[in-house]
Ligand binder design. Sequence first.
Ligand code: ADP
Length: 619
Amino acid sequence: MEMQAPAAQAPEQLIDPRIRAQGSWKIFWRFFRYLLPLWDKAILVILMTFIGTPLSQISVFIGRFLVDEVILATNKTGGWRMTMFFIIVGVQVLLWLINRTMYFVRQVMSLAIDVRITARLWKTFYKHLHTLSVDFFRTRPIGEHMYRTGEVGGLLNIIHYDGVALVDMVYRIIWGAVLVSVVDWRITALVLLNIVPYTILNHWAYTYFQRVDFDQRRRNQRLTASLRESVAGIKTVKAYGKTSLQLLKYTHRVVISQRIQIKRFFLSILMHYYVIWFYNWSTDKAKWLYIAWQTMNGNLSIGEFSVMFWLVGQLEYPMEAMVRHFQNIRLHMVPAMRVLETLDVEPEIVDPPAARAMPPIEGRVELRNVTHEYVPGQRALDDVNIALEPGTFAAFVGPSGSGKSTVTNLLMRLYEQKEGEVLVDGIDIRTVKIRSLLDQIGVVLPETVMFGGTLADNIAYGDLKADEETLMRAVDGAELHSFVARLPNGITTDLGEGAKLSGGEKQRVGLARALIRDPRIMILDGPTASLDSRTEIAVLRTLKKAMQGRTTLMISHRLVLVQDAEVIFVMDRGRIVEQGKHDALLALGGLYASMWREQMATTHEPSEDDPKGDEEATR
Ligand code: ADP
């Protein structure tokens, strides 16, 4: 076979260009706003910083006075000098105490800000994530969301530290410039001039760091996704004996991640320890020469000489720190933009502004001329019409991909149809609040997901307000008693994430979860699909009892399980091709009849009356 040269691939984008186009200031502001409700604490932090700076500086000036005017003042009496010495030391201890107290208050306030902002950010991210469509999750690895949740915490840097630090640095620069200028304005000018090349150097370096950071985070995210993937699929990994293959893949990702870490390390070393260090060192020496020269000429006293370097630092440090904080904001834009890549995804299905609450449901379900496309141009449902009276048991059968789940997906508002109407009790479900509709529908999916907590918690997930009696009724309805009786603490036994439950038990918990709502509509999307045939029959028997009096839409691949449905919809390529009762459909001799013959020929179906037809028999 002739090999074709692979098409040239466009370089992968490090970040969605629509996010980058918002601009750093807008993004900064979008997150900085989180600080506004905590303005009182932020002001206290800034105030403590503002007062703390001059206090420590005053202490140095007093030190200079101690050297020049007390220790070196040989013209004063010994007694006077001794008294002054103790007074000054006393004042310094007092200043130190005040300073430390303010530092403590500042740290406590900072912590209060941090924990509140982090909690709000996590909540916002989590809430937003859960408004997004199921397709969003289908198209992105779960590890991505996990990694990004971790990055949300990093936004504190932008919101709190960089922002507050910038204000603090501007203040210190003004204060430092005044202090230095009092002694010699030319030193102020020298320092201010110095900062220009320093800024350029940093800007250049951080532009590169930013790019590397985007890349590094993306690689680390893939590493997390790879770990999640193999842990989630641990059964398959083990069953196929592919632990070493997974390890190899993971190690490959580790190497890819580490490569960029090494690159970043050397870049950082080169920048901070050579370029910027050499720059600082040479400008330091120039300042030293100037200050020493001024002292030798008698323009600065010995005391002034000793504090001059410290004084220059009071201006120089905040100047440099401001440049760094400014650049740090640019660097911290990386997690911010990445988080926005999720936060700025619009939820597809939201309550319309005028949505009302769904009134108590009676159970009439209708689909009128419904057409749906997940992918434009590819019809998953094509002009489907269904009308079910309250209490009807309707089954949906047909080949894989024929559109059965799409019908229930639309009823659950997981997607919105392209054309037509889905009505419950004659109300278009697009006009009601999603939650008020879903709260009244019971759903059992092919596999029931168990959440951490007790069995009672897992059942009450269907209705958190349910009382004990309702809970026990749901347990009865799902015929879970014998299982509950076997648990060490009965219904309050902690099940972890349900790893110890059999498939049948999980599905019964799923049924109890649906029944606790006492819903008028039940959606059973392949509720027994993951079970072996005996367990399937037993669970089905329970399901059928539970369905009494409720409109039920049941999807099943196995016709024998739905032969007593009041209406069976046979679907093929998005259309309902046949509908009616089992016998009528068999008599029709169409798709249903041929599917029935195929299934009868290939399987021996255990009878529903089989006394051993329960999962316990297979354990
Ligand atoms: P069934 O339940 O009968 O197996 P579905 O209703 O799940 O079929 O799917 C109907 C068609 O829509 C299939 O061709 C399937 O590939 C496609 N489809 C289902 N879900 C999606 C989706 N989220 N995105 C794109 N195509 C989808």
